[in-house]
Design a protein around this ligand. Structure first.
Ligand code: FES
Length: 374
């Protein structure tokens, strides 16, 4: 236990409820209903347990966290526990008064998502008419309150051409940071690989634009980048290592090493309703399953990169290679790498099929399957 460092960051998925229905939502396909969400006092207890455990940063997420009417109380409670608080929001459901209350409660930072860089694109992809204009209004309020702002843009085949505009908008809106994330295929995105998969050319162009922007905007804007891993040859160090620096808590209190961990159905994940956070972090079989390198098999076990990437993503290994302990198929040494590249090629060149959206009228000309709601 003494060799396991404490977690630095905790993602609290306060709710799965959300006014948007993004087709790449990382929430699970089976969403948690409102009446199964943790109550205010449960979350406050968990925030104190997290701070005692060593967590420094708390990311308040969802779904849309503004759907929780007790959001300001949760922020105040997290601050009282000594946590740095970051709100990850679509902006929908926040008014100027609510944002002011959150700032007064001690909110440290806001991360605002953009589904597209103009109203037509953003509202179509988010499945919410009028959403883009409300986000722009929210960004203005955030700036007026002096809250540090990060823009979060999930990019895919249908909006990657807007990356240059995303970088411009981040500067115009006074953001200090932009997170440019090419869609990762978990949860709802997995159902939408065909319409969302970027082409290889788009993936390479995004890398070039980010490299160029990091030089051009140095000192003005920090550009974080998550590349298109289906088109890659080296896996990402997913979650910075399983059970290594962060943990996620679902709306009903299940504690996970990553947002997609429940796809690993051979593991049992414990709940803060029944166990202390410290016990779960250090002693639960699920958190210890893929810690460090002992669990690795070939080609990871003897690989010179194993401490760098820690074998990549366990959830992707299971989804593509059929074994959560296998090398991430993104890796060129993985026996499933060719299969991964074939999937990237197949999906990225697939023509759109007739609409199958559940967000009525919002996606008449795409084959996006939109997220349902909790
Ligand atoms: Fe679960 Fe990568 S998303 S380990």
């Amino acid at each position: 236990m003494s060799q396991i460092p404490p977690p630095m960051a905790m993602l609290a998925e306060l709710t799965h409820r959300c006014p948007l229905s993004c087709p790449y939502c990382s929430n699970p396909l089976e969403l948690t209903a409102k009446d199964r969400e943790l109550a205010t006092e449960d979350w406050l207890r968990v925030f104190h347990e997290a701070a005692d455990l060593g967590v420094l940063q708390l990311h308040l997420s969802g779904g849309e966290p503004a759907a929780r009417r007790d959001l300001a109380d949760l922020v105040a409670g997290a601050r009282a526990a000594g946590l740095y608080t970051n709100l990850i929001t679509s902006g929908i459901g926040l008014t100027e008064a609510r944002l002011t209350a959150l700032a007064e409660a001690g909110l440290d930072h806001v991360q605002l998502s953009l589904q597209g860089m103009d109203a037509a694109t953003a509202d179509r992809i988010g499945g919410y008419r009028g959403g883009f204009d409300r986000k722009m209004q929210t960004a203005e309020w955030i700036g007026a309150l002096g809250l540090p702002l990060t823009l979060n843009c999930v990019l895919h085949r249908q909006n990657l051409h807007q990356l240059p505009r995303a970088l411009e908008m981040a500067v115009e809106l006074g953001a200090r940071r932009i997170e440019v994330a090419i869609v990762q295929f978990y949860g709802w995105a997995m159902r939408n690989r065909a319409p969302l998969m970027p082409t290889r050319e788009q993936a390479r162009e995004a890398e070039r634009l980010v490299r160029e922007a990091r030089i051009r905007l140095k000192g003005t804007l920090v550009v974080d980048f998550v590349p298109a891993d289906y088109h890659g040859d080296f896996p990402k160090r997913c979650m910075n290592g399983w059970g290594s620096v962060g943990l996620n808590i679902t709306p009903e209190g299940t504690v996970l090493p990553c947002h997609a961990a429940q796809t690993l159905t051979h593991l049992t994940f414990q709940s803060v309703r029944d166990h202390g956070l410290r016990e779960i972090w250090y002693d639960s079989p699920a958190f210890n399953a893929y810690r460090g390198t002992e669990w690795m098999q070939e080609p990871c076990r003897s690989c010179e990169h194993k401490l760098k990437d820690l074998g990549g993503c366990r959830c992707q290994a299971l989804a593509i290679a059929g074994d959560a302990a296998a090398a991430d198929p993104v890796c060129q040494k993985s026996p499933a790498h060719a299969q991964m590249q074939a999937l990237a090629e197949q999906y990225s060149t697939q023509a759109p099929s007739p609409a199958s959206s559940r967000a009525a009228g919002m996606a008449d000309h795409t084959d996006l399957v939109f997220r349902e709601n909790a």
